[in-house]
Design a protein around this ligand. Sequence first.
Ligand SMILES: [Zn+2]
Length: 168
Amino acid sequence: MAESETQASSRISAAEQIKSLALNLRASSADLSSNGELRRLLLLEAESAAEQSYSPYSKFPVGAALLARDGTVFTGCNVENASFGGTICAERTAFVKAVSEGYREFEMIAVFCKKAKDAWPCGFCRQFMSEFGSSLKVIAYKSEAGVQVRELSELLPFMFGPGAMGQS
Ligand SMILES: [Zn+2]
C-alpha cells in the first residue's frame, strides 16, 4: 500500500474512532468535552490537519478538528493568500467544510498550533463560530498547562449572534 493510502486509511480509522466514542458518550449523557480520550483524539486530528497548512508567509501552521453533533469530524488548516486579507484560518476552514456539507450543530473544536505556546482562536474565528452556538467547546493544547477547554461563550462574551438579528 502506498504511503498516502496508509495515511488516508489511518485518518479514516481515527475519524471512526472519534465518532464511535462521541456517540457512546452521548448515549450515556456524558459531557463529551470532559473525556480525555476524545480530546486527545481530536487534538491528534488537528495536528494531522496542520500538516496540510498552506502558510508560506507566516510559516505558522495551524490545524483544527471540528466534531459535529452526530460524531462526524471535519478537519481544516489555515490557507494563506498573497493578498493577506484573503487568508482563512484553520477553524473557519473546518466550519466551512462542515456547513457546506449540511452540518449545523457542533460539539467541540480542537485547535493545534505548531509554533504557538499559548494561542486560542482569533477574534474573527470566535465570531464566525458563534453563529453556530455559544456552547461550543474549544480545545487547545498549551505547552505549559496541557490540554485546555473553554466554552466559546467564555472566549467571546457579549457576542453579536443570531439572536441580535432576531433569529433564535
Ligand atoms: Zn482565526
